[in-house]
Structure formats: C-alpha cells, structure tokens
Design a protein around this ligand. Structure first.
Ligand SMILES: [Zn+2]
Length: 202
C-alpha cells in the first residue's frame, strides 16, 4: 500500500485527526509488527463504535458489528476519553490495542493477549509482569477470575496500555528510559495452589 495515499485518504475523510491516526497506524505496524506491515487496515472514526449489542470507544473487525467487515473503528469524541492522557497519546495507544486484537484474533482473557501486552511493554521499556486471566481459588475459598498477584490487574489488562499516559509508540521509537508500572495497578489476588497442598502466593 502507498503509505502517503493511506494518510491522505484519512485526511480527506476525517481531517487532521484522521491523518494523525493513519500515521499512528503505520507506526504501530512498523514498530510492533514489522514483519506484518502489509496488513495495514483502514480506520473508521465514528461518533460511537458498535461493539456487539453495545457501544465502545474502539474495536477491531470480528469484535465490532458485522456490518464493518475490515479495519479498526475508533470513536474520537474528546468527551468519551477520560483516562487523563492527551488525546493524541490515547489515539496512538488505542490503535496499538486494536491491532493486537486484529493480529491475534483473541480477546482480553486469552493467553495470547497477555503475551502480546508483555512483549509490547518490554519494547516500550515499561517494567511490569503480565499474566493471563484465569480462574483462581482464593485463600478464602472464593473462586474468582483474574491475574496473578503482582502482575498487572485484569482491569488494566483489558484497557491496555492504560494506565500509561504516554504514547507507547513514542516510547518505543525514542527508546525512552525505563519506568515501572505503579504498584496500585497490580493485582492483589492471592490464590491457593493445589500442587503443594498449602496456601501460597502465586
Ligand atoms: Zn480490547
């Protein structure tokens, strides 16, 4: 695909924000999926993204309405974005998020999702352990789905890369200095382990 025309097309339909999003889409593939750069897809910037029966801020094909057969759908109404990041960083990070769905074909609770988030955090020089969602038996016997204690909490994993406010693409491209994920974002779920027959922290 002619990359200049790709950006121009988004500029014509969606204006400056569209051109910016198109540039981030190109960068996401170049920096994160260099061997799959031919899989660049169109972006749709809608007031609201359809997501099954609900509406969402963004989605990748297969997860959004079946009417949308290919590409990524993003809602860029400023009022819908409340993660305290600047809008441009949120756009870049959301495009990365949706490309993971597209490249893996998987949802947030999959092992593949966790593996990709870990790989991309590593590329961006962000120190955090990512473990996949699983059903855990807690010390009090309660069964609960979540990620292992000390790894990124599942709630944050579903909105990867939040709570990072900077553009991951900027961090990767600029080889930004190493930072640690705040402790407040880590899972505290302590599970029992059957193998040893006694409670332990996993
Ligand atoms: Zn998602």
């Amino acid at each position: 695909m002619d990359l200049k025309k790709y950006v121009e097309a988004h500029q014509i339909v969606y204006g400056d924000l569209g051109a910016f999003a198109a540039e981030q889409s190109i960068r996401a593939l170049r920096l994160i999926y260099p061997e799959r750069q031919n899989e660049l897809v169109p972006l749709r910037l809608n007031p609201v993204a359809s997501y099954g029966k609900h509406s969402a801020l963004s989605g990748a094909e297969g997860y959004t309405s079946k009417i949308l057969s290919s590409g990524l759908t993003l809602s860029f109404h400023e009022k819908l974005w409340a993660h305290n990041a600047d809008l441009k960083s949120e756009i870049a990070n959301t495009i990365v998020h949706e490309y993971i769905h597209r490249m893996t074909g998987k949802t947030h609770d999959s092992k593949e999702w966790a593996n990709e988030c870990q790989r991309i955090f590593d590329l961006a020089n962000i120190e955090v352990k990512v473990t996949p969602w699983k059903k855990l038996t807690l010390l009090n016997g309660e069964r609960k789905g979540g990620c292992e204690a000390g790894s990124l909490d599942y709630g944050f994993l579903t909105i990867f890369p939040a709570p990072i406010k900077e553009s991951l693409l900027d961090r990767i491209e600029n080889n930004a200095p190493r930072i640690k994920m705040p402790k407040s974002t880590l899972s505290t779920l302590v599970a029992t382990t059957k193998q040893r027959g006694r409670p332990t922290i996993k």
